[in-house]
Design a protein around this ligand. Sequence first.
Ligand code: SAH
Ligand code: SF4
Ligand code: F3S
Length: 437
Amino acid sequence: MKFHILTWGCQMNDHDTEKMSGLLVRSGLLLADSVHDADLVLLNTCSIREKAAHKVYSELGRINEIKASRPDRPMAIGVTGCLAQQEKENIFKRAPFVDLVVGTMALKQLPRLVANVFGGGNHVIDTDFYPDNHLFPVDCISRSCSPKALITIIEGCNHACTYCVVPTTRGSERHRPVGDILTEVRNVVDSGFCEVELLGQNVNSYNGGCTFAELLYKIAEIDGLEWIRFTTSHPMNFTKELAQALTSISKVAPFLHMPIQSGSDKILRRMGRGYTAQEYIDRIGYLGERRNNMCLSTDFIVGFPGETDEDFESTMSILELIKFDASFSFIYSPRPDTPALHLADNLPESIKHERLARLQARQTEFTTQSNLREVGKIVPVRIESHTPSEQGYWLARTAQWRNVHIENSADSQLPFGRLVDVKITGAGPHWLKGEVL
Ligand code: SAH
Ligand code: SF4
Ligand code: F3S
């Protein structure tokens, strides 16, 4: 039997796919190259915005057509991830050909549930909460071929942002014990990884035996590890102790993604974010001078219910003031079972789109300026491709998570996953150009 998993959403979902692959391989299934060659197809879904949820149903339709086109070979179809946790049995109502629904907090039950489906079970579902779900066996993860190993430190979220499905789809926080995390990092380093990314909806609230800052110090002691990344940080849990750790541990990559969402205190209050714009600015200030060596990235939501022109101008002002090196911005999307659904949302769509376009255009200017400041520098980059692209360049990343395109003569091979010193020779909004020294 062969399986194929399609994945949407954030790094937590990418990593859940690696965990599910590990579980299925351990129970004797083989990895299929494509949906066409699979006996079991899993859609690991996201429901953060409405568009993400819609995409799942249209993709399910496409897969069902593939299933119908090969009547000689049965295909089981399953839905996992945040949409599965949110919609539960409703998935069978909208897509009756789905055989299996597995929630985010029942991931470890997958082999039993798949055996049930292969044994003839119809509409098999488990969206229960298993309190030990986050205690995942470290030797049972089929890692994708990225040069960076993903490591869960927290599952769930204890914040209650009024627009967000995550507290429902991922539950409240469960912290992995510090010993498990250190064992896993040692294991991945022993197996050849030089970079890890610590994952949680809010990594800096970590409390599985020590603080997040203390965890960073402990992980940094592991020989052979070069760069430590982490995502995501919440401003309310960003402490002076953490800022000190980020700026003093040389293995911590100088990159901080900390969503601000809005520059208006009124909107931040309505979002339930728990800080004011000034408090966000003050916390960035904890980084001191070292802030200048770091890439700072953020998320914005535009067109939140009640956002006036003045509120949006406050968002533009904070972008001008902080000059984020990168940002991800989205139009507010009303989500089921979230408190913001009850807020009056009278803003015309055209205005939301105009605001988003203005914010993104200004961000592109800041990102370009930030990238241009790198030109002329000699920096270590990690090689992220096995072969050159069709255009003839290799993909790599700097410690600050900037994309680098390296032009290299076709006959020389660059070492995948390893650091190479390059001279930055050019920059655009989305990439740097580099030459191997
Ligand atoms: N835990 C992270 C964010 C996870 S969701 C944090 O709070 O920092 C990633 C991003 O999606 C959020 O930062 C937010 O900008 C966006 N987002 C979440 N829910 C949304 C919604 N209903 N509409 C639009 N964007 C949303
Ligand atoms: Fe959602 Fe807020 Fe939790 Fe982030 S901190 S996952 S936005 S509830
Ligand atoms: Fe999406 Fe769930 Fe991640 S909603 S963004 S996959 S936590």
